[in-house]
Write a protein of this length. Sequence first.
Lengths: 138, 143
Amino acid sequence: MTRLSARSWRIIAALGFWVLIIAAWTVGGSPGLAIAYTAGAWLAAFSLQAWRRQDEFEKSAQKFSWMFGGLFGLLISLALLPVATQPGVLSPLIGWVANALGSVDPVTPAFVLGAIYIALGQLVGFSVCWVGWHISKR
Amino acid sequence: MTISKLPPWAFTLIALAPALALLPFTKVVPSEAVLLWSGLAVFWSVAFSCLGWRRLDETGRAAHISAWVWGGSSALFAMLIVVGVMRTVPGASQALVDFIDGFSKKHPAGETGFIFGVLAAAMVQAVGYFLAWLLCWGRRRGA
């Protein structure tokens, strides 16, 4: 297990994370939240393992992508706020999160959705930049 | 002193100035104007951050990148954990609900909550980045 490559650790991290997130979403409520925390811990633990196994080229790619791709994703997310806050877009999403969280007030799921929106925006920016980096360097 | 001779930190201050200048007036200025100003402030800060970046040496750039990777992402991660705690601990989200309800009656609670979630995540990340950046420089000066 300790001899796995960085790519294998990354695949384990990503696959496990998304499987657990889907499970959390399906289960919902407090048990779902506990599963979501497990997903976060899983992602952090296995991503760190992958980081340790990576060479400097890969580390540079990830740092560069998180800095510039992530920031670009963040800015795009902010620029798209007028679209995202349209009632026809926002209300169904808040309802979706409220169902998953089992929340009664409208503010908490909206707040959670806002935080997830920022995290996802950066993740998309990071992924695009990371792919671009590899295409341009190889 | 011409603008091309300014040090990188001066560009950072110039980059942040329009966004910070808006903060005291968000309640009195019409929301359309706040939105327009915020959009322009983003473009302004990107332009001046790029100018500041070009003036940085490699050590300074490495400090920024490390701070954003480790400080920013850890803070974002912590933020997502905190919003989960808000859901599970009884009454933990009430202060936020009251604050958001009291902030503006013009917008639906859901919309305001969403914007606060966006801003809180971005600001927590910026704080994490800044702390990591300070730590980075502290270590380098101490070494």
